[in-house]
Design a protein. Structure first.
Length: 453
């Protein structure tokens, strides 16, 4: 057909190169499996298993990892060995600016202080540095290993091309995003928000998402997993209300996802790709093709480029190193400082004060106590649920639980991972996005809560 782009020859085995790895990827990243606390995905199960095996030494391992990431910067900048200066991978990992160098140095100092319980207790307390080094970073480490290793199954064998072709007419008009971004959201929802950020970052680096698209997906669709949502609602002593709670979260999150890409700061992001190009990827379906046939054609072309198992595992290993060495120090430094501020200073209480009149206007009981929880979640998503422990009103606790999940951006994990990635979002932009998501979802959630209670 003359209107079709030039057909690309593919091997007879291309269809199997697409189907088999993609099915394995779907099984690992998107298939719900029942666990004691609810449901999760196989990658998270593998991560939990490894965390159990290495439980006694993971804080030590993470401290060593953070120190290596810091020393690597100074070796790259000053010693400049040939094997590092010639490696593009090494440059991306260690040739960083002064701000991120300071972050890694601070992370190393904090990790050593927490591991050996040196210095003030408020640094290494179980609710501050101890929370990061002994709980969150071990979880991230094990997730990164399996997610990084098996991520090529989702990225490199045509699944995104196929799904993107099917869903472009849904994702583009609703969320201003390519169809392939639906995979990022589903992976986050069933597994973990950090996995969604990892997947988005990789797609951005490889040129499939523009700066705007990557920023929107990471800050709007890296939703909290069902499993973690169960933990949140149980912590506020409302586990029996999980179904209305999660339905409220999905609805409020959907409203936020419609609005956020269309307002600053996300709407101001450039349609520019990681390589500097500005030409938007063509997702149109040529005449003579249906979404299914075109998606299948593009998937086979993508899958046919993969010839060797060695390359697959080499790419996976690079993913793992990139995530562990690049992200862990950011989470340790920024997450620890944020949680210390939340636990031991009145800063978040002051920041929450402007919300009191709004909560009173919406007739939320115990508005003053609830206001602090609306901002403390920026440090760690679990903190609002902890702070809500002294609130008597079930409706207020329900609202706090829902808002804490729909805010998405919290520095101890997802926010830290975003800052440690190549996704073009600055710290101040994360603050603005967090506040806007709160202002958008809070009225929606409160309205639903008034109908339920």
């Amino acid at each position: 057909m003359s209107s079709n782009p030039k057909e690309q020859e593919v091997s007879s085995s291309a269809i199997w190169k697409f189907i088999i790895p993609s099915l394995i990827g779907v099984a690992l990243f998107m298939t719900p499996v029942p666990v004691e606390d609810g449901v999760t995905i196989p990658v998270a199960v593998l991560a939990d298993w490894l965390q159990g095996v290495l439980a006694g030494v993971l804080p030590e391992i993470m401290t060593i990892v953070i120190i290596i990431s810091t020393l690597g910067v100074f070796v790259q900048k000053f010693a400049k060995p040939d094997f590092m200066t010639r490696s593009e991978f090494s440059k991306n990992l260690f040739d960083i600016n002064i701000f991120w160098t300071v972050v890694r140095v601070v992370a190393s100092i904090l990790a050593v202080m927490v591991l050996f319980q040196i210095g003030p207790e408020w640094v290494w307390d179980d609710y501050t540095g101890g929370l990061l080094l002994r709980d969150l970073l071990p979880l991230l480490f094990t997730i990164f290993i399996f997610a990084g290793l098996f991520l090529p199954l989702l990225l490199n064998f045509g699944l995104l091309e196929f799904v993107g072709s099917l869903l472009i007419k849904v994702m583009r008009p609703l969320f201003t995003l390519p169809g392939r971004s639906s995979i990022d959201s589903l992976t986050s929802w069933l597994g973990d928000g950090t996995i969604g950020v990892i997947l988005t970052n990789k797609q951005y680096e490889e040129g499939f998402y523009s700066k705007r698209e990557a920023a929107v997906i990471a800050s709007t669709f890296s939703v909290v997993s069902i499993t973690f949502s169960l933990v949140i609602i149980a912590e506020v002593d409302l586990a029996h209300m999980f179904v209305p709670f999660y339905a409220t979260v999905i609805f409020a999150g959907f409203i936020a996802a419609l609005i956020m890409p269309r307002i600053p700061p996300l709407s101001l992001k450039k349609t520019e790709y990681a390589d500097g190009g500005t030409t938007e990827l063509d997702e149109s379906i040529p005449s003579g093709h249906s979404p299914v046939s075109w998606g299948l054609k593009k998937a086979k072309e993508r899958a046919d480029k993969n010839h060797d198992v060695k390359t697959f595992f080499r790419d996976g290993a690079k993913n793992v190193l990139d995530m562990i060495l690049g992200v862990a120090p950011v989470v340790m430094a920024i997450g620890t400082i944020a949680v210390i501020i939340a636990e031991f200073t009145p800063v978040f209480a002051w920041l929450g004060a402007p919300y009191v009149p709004l909560l009173e206007l919406m007739r939320v009981p115990e508005a003053a106590a609830a206001s602090e929880t609306l901002v403390v979640g920026f440090a760690d998503m679990f903190l609002p649920a902890i702070f809500a422990g002294g609130i008597e009103s079930e409706m207020t606790r329900f609202i706090i639980a829902c808002v804490s999940v729909t805010q998405l951006i919290y520095l101890s994990e997802v926010g830290g991972v975003i800052l440690g990635s190549k996704i073009p979002l600055r710290f101040w932009e994360l603050i603005v996005i967090f506040v806007l998501r709160t202002l958008i979802t809070l009225p929606v959630i409160t309205l639903i809560a008034h109908m339920i209670f």
